[in-house]
Structures are given as structure tokens and as C-alpha cells.
Design a protein around this ligand. Structure first.
Ligand code: GCV
Length: 745
């Protein structure tokens, strides 16, 4: 039996089927037989477990049906001593071509026909430097892929200014090959549009992951630095394959302990593993660390001793990790300490840390996720109110990190009004890959569509056509620093993300951080072809499922602009009736304000006025009932239950329709997936089937509990033909989930 391993982690995959010609159905049948044989063998203790378990992610490199015409036969680095980064690229080529083509490329040190040549400005002895792409074309991290002739030999050139660019180009090339793309006329130039492309782990030092649904933290702090789990290397490979170049290791609800010497040694060990893959490490800085670790009696950013403490701490970090990236900070938000404890502004707090980092070229990512229970202002207005007056006051090495929407990673929100409103301050977008509010890891919700919706939205900040993407990538407002961060969905689960389809969200995040204008559909399709199947009709079907999946979640959870209706604390399941928590802004009632007559949050000038935080044309469109899209109706407006929508339905009828539509869409996904049984390996097929079953039950639960609640408020009969809720409202209210993930966070 042939096995394929994915890095030192040792994921072993049965690929017996790759040597059999014939239909996919036959191949998959054989996979199933192989897997049965394996299970039996395990029973007798003969063979180790070999199964397609998702560990390989989108880097499965499943063997191609036929060796492509002109596939390279040799590989060479164009210099005598390839760096660690180029060695990583060569190792990836060996691994991938062995798997894709059936045998790996032969290494050569001279140009021959059909050679895959890797070259950068530092590794170009064997080729003419004129064959490298210019810095103008590819920048520091971009690359060119070209089928060309060098010294009269037909070669494929992966070239860049930097070795990291070559590594990125290598991954791009191998993924194209893996999708079965024609490579004969290859001529590609690609460069990232943002500089910082970071995963933010919300991982605690005890390995609990805040809002994590994929097991424990992958950072095994207890065994670091002496035991280096091979999974760390595969993690770095996966990230580099999609252009991610930074990782913040720890929760933004920070523990200062990570800044102590023993932990810095552990951090340094991880940094050593990540370095060849171009990944820099960042840490979350607890603002009160000078008191907790340094014994000072203040953390006031104007205090000289506090400043000196941070400078010494930063110097110490750089002694451990010379390419340390900098700090991510959550301050004066949800109970975290911050400069406002000393009546200093967010800018003063950020700049104090930035001053300490500047000599080392480190940066600060200062989060704008701030809101206060004491503040009577509409929660979604508070970040803008707080930060816009600070525009221009932040140091050059500070970015303000802003969530995609003004509330908190809900299934749908309008884009955050800060985008476009701080022309003098680089804004970095924060997305949540882990699906805290979209059904955790058991609901299939492809987030590429959500993110594309936000990135393509027109802020009108610099006139029509100022997309959020153009703000983020620095083009619209000429930011020097640019970036995107994604709250990681990675944990200790064998499949990394808790579910097969949640891997697609990690993948899509990297691709969109590289190119915020990319098409979410094209990204989904690439992921499917690399991860599940290259067969066109199978890939079409699965891509279609993914593309409609997020809208299904919006419909069964929070249709027509409703928001924040989930259960308290854990955020699992519906609880629109909750109106009695200590803080109003954590209750669902605060967001819908439903009464017998009307529902929705008036954010126009007759209400909170939040809509006026957007540029003129956007504010006008959303403030008017004539032009606001139905999807944002109840976010910005409070309307009677019998309000008539443009499709002729009353609000109540349409609400019930949309809940039904969401539930039906999950039913359709179940049927689509069931039809693929012979196309997908056993283990992943079964997990997705089971999860879709859970999603369907929970979609019904969301619909029925919500409708039962709305009826208890508005007293209206169900629209004709609508199915009544399975239980009465008291039943839904009585459900409790003391052990749901997220409880107590
Ligand atoms: C890390 C939401 C989540 C919190 C999270 C917070 C944040 O409120 O529920 O768990 O805390 O966002 O982004 O800081």
C-alpha cells in the first residue's frame, strides 16, 4: 500500500485508488474497500490507522489522472546554497510532485529542459538576473510563474525578489497543478495587496481557546520549548501556502505571563519553526503587565517607569525573537485594562508601546472593539465616536484593528463605519474565522461570501468607488501599513478546524488577505478542487453549496437585519426573549426591541442616528425606507409588523418566509451532499453528513424558537401555509446548555 504523509505530523492517507484507472466511482469504491480493510486490520493490530481525516487540508496533492504535458522532470534552485526558505520550497515540491505525478522531480544543478527553476534576487547564480521580475512588478513578497526558455532550454520559472516570494510562488504553482490546471503557457504575476496577513489565535496559556470549536490550543505550552510538535511545521506550511505572514499566538483577553522569560523561550522555539515560512510572531500585550510582572503601582502610559518597563520588556523579547512582529492589544474593552484607566486616550496607550517597539521595527495593532455598559450611546456607534477624534494621533507603527462590522461578527452586519473615516490612521480589518455566531464548527457556513460582501462595499469615503478593500489595502487613503487579521479557527482536532468545511474559511481568509478584491466563488472552487474533488461536476455542486451556505445561516438565525439573538454567554442557539441581563447591550432585546406593534432598531435621525456615521450617499441609502436593502432593514429601522416590503409581503410574512428558506436551504445542502457519497472518502463524507444533520435540526430550532417568540409578542397568526413551531415558547426558554463551548467566556 502506498501512503502519503503530510509533514512530520504523520497524517497517513490511503491512496491505493490513485493507481487504478477508470471512473471515479470505481476509485472511490476501492477507497472504501481499502478503508474497510484498514479498519479490519486495525482490529487485528496489523496496520496503523490510515484514513483520509482532513489533516492534509488543501495540500492533499491527490494524484493527477494523467501526467500533464510538459510537466517538469527536474528541479533546481538557481544558487549553490539555498536558504532555509528555499529548502522549504524544494521540500514542498518533492512532497507534492511525488504525490501528484507519482514520482518526485529529480534535483539538478544545471539548466536542462523541463526543469522547474527557483530563483530570487539572492539565488540567481545560474540564471540571468534580467529573468527575475522587478520589484515594481512583484514587491518584496510577490512572484512570477512563467513557462519560458532559459539558455535555450524550456523551463518553468518560479521567480521573485525574495526567497519568501519564491516559496509563495511554489505553493501557488503546486496548487495550480493540484487543481489540474494547464501549465504549458503559464504566465502569472502575483503580489499581496496587504502587508500584514495575520492569524489571531484567541488561545489561553492553559490551552483553552476562547470561542474555539476545534479542541484545545495547538500551542502545547507545557511541553514547549523542548518538544516541538511536528504539527507546528505543517501549520506553518499551510499558512505560507495561502500567504499568511504573521501569527498572534495568544488571546486578546491577555495573560501577562506570556511576556515572562520562560514563555519567551517557548515563543522563540515557535518563531524558529515559522521563520523559514515567512511567518512572524506577535503577542497580545496586557496593558497592566508592568504592575502584574514588574511590581509597579501603575500602568499609566505617561509614567516614566512604566515606559522604561515596556522598553526593557520589548528589548528582552527581541533578544529571544529577533524578528518579533509586535503587539496586538485589546484595551478598555470588556473588562480589559487600558490607558483610559488613567484618563489617557487609546492613542496615548498605543503610542507608548509603539515607542518601545519602533527601534526594532515592531508594530502595534490596537483594537477598536470598544464599547461600554455605562455608555448610553448605541453600542454600534461607540467605536467610531471614540476613535475618529484620534485620527492622526497614532504613531507611524500603529494600526487600528477594526472588526468587519460595528457590532461583533454577526451573520450579517453593515461594514464598520470606521472604514474610510480615519484617513490618517492605517486601519486593519479583523475577521472572525472561527464561527462564534454562525453555528460553531457544525454548521456549514462558508464565510468567503460574507467577507467579500464587506470588502466590496462602497464607503464613498473618497467619492464613489471607495470600496472597503481599497481602504484596507491602502490605495484609497494611502496607508503605509496595511493588513488583515483573522481570528483563527484552529485547534488540536486532527482536521485542524473542527470540520472539513471550516478549513475553507481559513483558506479563504488567507486568499482574501493577499487579495481583498478576489472572488469568493473562485476561492471556494479552488479550495474544493484541492481538498475534496477535481471532478468538475462534483466541484460545481460543492462550490454551489458553499456559496449559498452563509445566506442560509442568516435566514434561519437573523433574517432581514435582525442581529445578536443568540443564547447568553455561550452564544449557542436562539434566545431572542432575553432582556434581563446585567448589561442591556448584551441582551437580544436591546437589538430588536420588539413590541406588539413594531420591531427593529431605529438608527436613523429619529433614533440613535448611527446611520449618519457613514458617508453621505451610504447614509442616505440606508436611512430611507425606500432604498435600504431588505437585508439591513431591521438593523437601521423600526417598522410595524404589517409594514409592506417591495415584494408585496408584510414584514411578518417575509420574516417567516425567510426562516423557512434558511431551513430548506440546509435540507437542500443535505441532499446535495448525500448525492456525492461515491465521490468523497468515507471519513470526511460521514462527518459532513452528520454535521449537516445537526445543522438541519438546529436551523429548525432557530426558526421555531424565534417564530414562537415573535408570535408571543405580536400576537399574529402564522402566514398561510407556514409550519407552526414544534414546541411552545416555554419549551425553548427552558432549554439550558451549561456545558456548551463558550460558557463562561
Ligand atoms: C476575545 C466577543 C467575544 C469575546 C471576544 C470579544 C473580542 O465579545 O464573544 O469572546 O473576546 O468579542 O473580540 O474581544
Amino acid at each position: 500500500m502506498i501512503t502519503q504523509t503530510f509533514g512530520g505530523g504523520g497524517g497517513r492517507t490511503a491512496v491505493a485508488s490513485r493507481y487504478i484507472n477508470g471512473s471515479r466511482v470505481v476509485k472511490n469504491l476501492l477507497k472504501r474497500v481499502a478503508s474497510l480493510f484498514i479498519s479490519i486490520s486495525i482490529g487485528f493490530g496489523v496496520l496503523p490507522a490510515v484514513a483520509e481525516d482532513g489533516y492534509e487540508l488543501w495540500l492533499r496533492y491527490e494524484q493527477l489522472e494523467a501526467r500533464p504535458a510538459d510537466a517538469p522532470r527536474h528541479v533546481m534552485a538557481a544558487c549553490a546554497e539555498p536558504s532555509e526558505t528555499l529548502q522549504a520550497a524544494l521540500a514542498e515540491i518533492e512532497r507534492a510532485t511525488e504525490s501528484l505525478l507519482g514520482n518526485s522531480l529529480q534535483s539538478t544543478d544545471r539548466l536542462r529542459s523541463r526543469t522547474l527553476v527557483l530563483a530570487s534576487a539572492d539565488c540567481a547564480d545560474a540564471i540571468d538576473e534580467a529573468d527575475l521580475p522587478t520589484t515594481e512588478a512583484v514587491g518584496a513578497e510577490g512572484f512570477a510563474l512563467r513557462a519560458t526558455k532559459l539558455n535555450g532550454k524550456r523551463v518553468t520559472l518560479i521567480a521573485a525578489q525574495s526567497d519568501l516570494g519564491v516559496l509563495y510562488g511554489t505553493f501557488d504553482y503546486l496548487q495550480r497543478m493540484s487543481r489540474g490546471e494547464a501549465l504549458t503557457d503559464l504566465d502569472v504575476i502575483s503580489r499581496p495587496k496587504t502587508k500584514l496577513r495575520l492569524l489571531n489565535h484567541w488561545d489561553n496559556l492553559d490551552r483553552h481557546v476562547e470561542r474555539g470549536y476545534a479542541g484545545q490550543s495547538i500551542w502545547d505550552w507545557h511541553r514547549l520549548p523542548d518538544y516541538l510538535d511536528p504539527k507546528y511545521t505543517d501549520y506553518a506550511r499551510a499558512n505560507a501556502s495561502i500567504g499568511i505572514n504573521g501569527v498572534s499566538l495568544t488571546n486578546v483577553n491577555a495573560d501577562a505571563t506570556v511576556l515572562t522569560a520562560p514563555y519567551l523561550e517557548k515563543v522563540a522555539a515557535l518563531a524558529d519553526i515559522f521563520r523559514p515560512y515567512g511567518i512572524r510572531i506577535y503577542l497580545t500585550a496586557r496593558f497592566s503587565a508592568p504592575m502584574e510582572l514588574g511590581g509597579l503601582d501603575t500602568a499609566d502610559p505617561r509614567d516614566a517607569e512604566v515606559q522604561a518597563w515596556w522598553q526593557a520588556k520589548v528589548d528582552e523579547i527581541y533578544a529571544h525573537v529577533p524578528d518579533f512582529g509586535g503587539f496586538l492589544v485589546k484595551a478598555n474593552s470588556e473588562g480589559q485594562p487600558g490607558p483610559q484607566d488613567y484618563e489617557r486616550s487609546h492613542a496615548e496607550g498605543a503610542n507608548m508601546l509603539a515607542t518601545a517597539l519602533a527601534p526594532h521595527e515592531g508594530i502595534v495593532m490596537w483594537r477598536a472593539f470598544v464599547y461600554s455598559a455605562e455608555e448610553p450611546e448605541d453600542r454600534v456607534k461607540q467605536a467610531y465616536t471614540e476613535f475618529v477624534p484620534l485620527d492622526g494621533q497614532f504613531a507611524d507603527n500603529v494600526l487600528v484593528q477594526v472588526k468587519n462590522g460595528p457590532l461583533d461578527f454577526q451573520p450579517r452586519e453593515p461594514f464598520h463605519p470606521l472604514f474610510g473615516a480615519m484617513p490618517e490612521t492605517p486601519l486593519m480589518m479583523e475577521l472572525q474565522i472561527t464561527k462564534e455566531y454562525l453555528g460553531f464548527s457544525t454548521h456549514l457556513a462558508y464565510l468567503g461570501t460574507l467577507w467579500e460582501e464587506v470588502l466590496s462595499a462602497d464607503t464613498h469615503a473618497e467619492g464613489e468607488g471607495t470600496s472597503v478593500a481599497s481602504v484596507i489595502d491602502g490605495v484609497a487613503q494611502e496607508y503605509e501599513l496595511t493588513g488583515m487579521a483573522g481570528v483563527a479557527n484552529i485547534g488540536s482536532d486532527r482536521n485542524w478546524s473542527g470540520s472539513v468545511f471550516d478549513q475553507a474559511n481559513w483558506y479563504a481568509f488567507g486568499r482574501l488577505a493577499w487579495d481583498p478584491d478576489a472572488s469568493s466563488e473562485a476561492i471556494a472552487r479552488d479550495w474544493v478542487e484541492q481538498t475534496l474533488s477535481r471532478a468538475p461536476e462534483v466541484a460545481d455542486e460543492i462550490t454551489g453549496m458553499m456559496m449559498g451556505s452563509r445566506e442560509a445561516v442568516v435566514n434561519y438565525m437573523t433574517p432581514l437585519g435582525l442581529t445578536h439573538l443568540m443564547g447568553t454567554g455561550h452564544h449557542y442557539g436562539p434566545a431572542p426573549w432575553v432582556d434581563d441581563l446585567g448589561r442591556a447591550d448584551w441582551t437580544p432585546y436591546y437589538y430588536h426591541k420588539a413590541t406588539k406593534d413594531a420591531v427593529g432598531f431605529d438608527r436613523t435621525e429619529t433614533g440613535s442616528g448611527a446611520v449618519d456615521q457613514y458617508a453621505g450617499p451610504v447614509a442616505q441609502e440606508w436611512a430611507s425606507l425606500d432604498t435600504v436593502p431588505d437585508e439591513l432593514l431591521l438593523w437601521f429601522h423600526r417598522v410595524p409588523w404589517d409594514y409592506q416590503l417591495s415584494n408585496g409581503q408584510t414584514l411578518w410574512q417575509e420574516l417567516v418566509n425567510r426562516y423557512d428558506r434558511g431551513v430548506s436551504a440546509v435540507g437542500v445542502m443535505q441532499a446535495q451532499w448525500a448525492s456525492l457519497e461515491n465521490e468523497i472518502d468515507v471519513e470526511r463524507f460521514a462527518q459532513v453528513s452528520a454535521f449537516l444533520g445537526i445543522q438541519h435540526q438546529e436551523a429548525i430550532w432557530w426558526r421555531d424558537a424565534s417564530i414562537a417568540y415573535w408570535q408571543s409578542v405580536n400576537g399574529l397568526p402564522l402566514p398561510e401555509g407556514a409550519e407552526p413551531p414544534a414546541h411552545d415558547l416555554d419549551h425553548y426558554k427552558s432549554l439550558s446548555f451549561p456545558n456548551a463551548p463558550g460558557q463562561g467566556e
